[in-house]
Design a protein around this ligand. Structure first.
Ligand SMILES: Nc1nc2c(c(=O)[nH]1)N[C@H]1C(S)=C(S)[C@@H](COP(=O)(O)O)O[C@H]1N2
Ligand SMILES: [Mo]
Length: 229
């Protein structure tokens, strides 16, 4: 993760962070004063767009610019760390598990939101349950084939709409968007969902992922405008 392209991406993102912080300092009331936190996503008459987000009808590709060469044949997912039974899954084994269809919105911290993506995947909670987390397990660190990492608390990882997804809009997930398999976290900013996911590591103590180490919020709640730390 130390090539020039990654450094340019980080520099550009840090400029956006500085701009956001200046705007918040100039006008604190821009921040959501009725936070909806990690509650139900934007359904049932709640506002469709979190504060500070702009609607996009396209679906931008955002990553560090390292496109790993993983495909459906070589892809594996491990669930390990603070678990009693580490597991490893192939693409075929993932497709053989119970599948969930989900209509979910996608909020990127760089301020675009793409509504109503139709996903199919396996609930992360099912995979974590299959591995039998120990009592000590409280956090999750996700690893990806491009060496990206991102962390979240176990209680967020266990939410029903957190999927290990292989299909979107009726098609196999394109490589640019993290195919063959990525994670999605509809109730958190999208950087918490690792594209090209390779490993779910359960941990007793929190360990920061890539953007979390680079100044992004550890909690990442779109409905609280909770972007940076
Ligand atoms: N492996 C990996 N996953 C990643 C990233 C990345 O650089 N590498 N970028 C994150 C960010 S910042 C966002 S907004 C979403 C973008 O997903 P998309 O490219 O499908 O829109 O993926 C997230 N997951
Ligand atoms: Mo993002």
């Amino acid at each position: 993760m130390s090539d020039d392209k990654s450094h340019r991406v980080v520099a550009a993102r840090m400029k956006l962070k500085a701009r956001f912080e200046a705007a918040m300092a100039a006008s604190p009331s821009v921040a959501d004063d009725t936070p909806q936190g990690t509650g139900p996503n934007n359904r049932h008459g709640m506002p469709r767009l979190p504060v500070g987000q702009v609607l996009t009808h396209k679906w931008p590709v955002l990553d560090l610019g390292i496109k790993p060469s993983v495909d459906t044949t070589s892809w594996r997912l491990r669930v390990d760390g603070a678990v009693e039974r580490p597991i490893e899954l192939s693409y075929t084994e993932l497709l053989a598990l119970p599948q969930t269809e989900l209509d979910a919105d996608f909020h990127c911290v760089t301020t675009w939101s793409r509504m109503d993506l139709q996903w199919i995947g396996v609930r992360l909670s099912d995979l974590i349950a299959a591995a039998s987390p120990t009592d000590a397990a409280q956090f999750v660190l996700c690893h990806a084939y491009d060496d990206y990492t991102t962390n979240l608390p176990l209680h967020e990882a266990l939410k029903d709409d957190v999927l290990i997804a292989h299909t979107v809009q009726g098609e196999p997930l394109q490589h640019d968007h993290g195919g063959p398999v990525r994670m999605i976290t509809p109730q958190l900013y999208a950087w918490k969902g690792a594209k090209w996911i390779s490993r779910i590591e359960l941990l007793a103590a929190d360990k920061l992922g890539f953007w979390e180490r680079n100044g992004y919020s550890n909690t990442a709640l779109p409905w609280r405008n909770d972007r940076y730390s």
